[in-house]
Design a protein around this ligand. Sequence first.
Ligand code: NAD
Ligand code: MG
Length: 295
Amino acid sequence: MSEFLQNPVTQFPKVSPPEQDQPEPGLDVKTDPVPDIGLDSYRGRERLVGRKALVTGGDSGIGAAVAIAYAREGADVAIAYLPAEEEDARRVVAAIEEAGRHAVALPGDLLDRSYRESVVDTAAERLGGLDILVNNAGKQLISESLEELTDEQVEQTFQINILSMFTLSRAALRHMRPGSAIVNTTSVQAYEPNPMILDYAATKAAINNFTKGLAQQVGERGIRVNAVAPGPVWTVLQVSDGQPKDKLPVFGHNTPLGRAGQPAEMAPAYVFLASAESSYVTGDTLNANGGTPTP
Ligand code: NAD
Ligand code: MG
């Protein structure tokens, strides 16, 4: 094969993770195999020079890969995450600083109203402005039946996955000037709900809709709003009861590319949607799911 070609089937390893468990939210550094957040591979090309970004759930998985990519593209980056995730967060902060950018760590719980209402302003204050918000924090817990699924869990999933997007995006708009961008993390679950994650899948459909609606509202202000819809991506979310344990070894094997994605493969989509390269793209969802057909 030409040295210039990379086969997407083998470009990243096909993982068959052993059955394992971590209590929610779990840590990347304790996940087997450790998710690839692009530490050794992501190369920046000055696509976000001088930008200032807040990435929620930026300690691990997809958010961590995005935070590292943004920093290597020239942005200063604040990450929001749960206090229990400090060990993962420290790894990302170090990578942002190694890229020569300013890193801001903002531990807190999006279920806590005062944190939710202040985290964007704190990020903007400590970064000296804000022009990218990545709403990426998410909760995914399986339950066999609707009878087993408690209202408490449904409310928490909705609060973390979608309701917080209203609060954080509203706060971000106060800081955003023309050229700014909001990027939301949705999922292939928005179109193909797995019956074991009814609450989660419903929030992801709502995120697509919210993205399209808000994009129309703020278009004239020169602010774009888009979403990325990952398919199965190997992260600790799956280990901390995001999947049944016996499904972990075959996670993502049923996609057309035959393997799960890695967080590092998601980051370029978030870079594109935050950068001026996507100037005429707004209200859209970029699917990065290994080939599963979407509407
Ligand atoms: P992850 O566990 O690494 O990231 C999720 C993050 O959400 C956590 O790191 C945590 O910081 C944050 N979070 C959870 N509860 C929170 C709370 N109460 N307060 C503040 N932050 C909280 O897993 P990931 O797979 O990288 O997930 C990132 C996003 O990607 C989520 O929105 C998830 O729904 C979405 N997604 C993941 C997949 C996948 O297969 N991994 C597929 C589609 C979409
Ligand atoms: Mg985490």
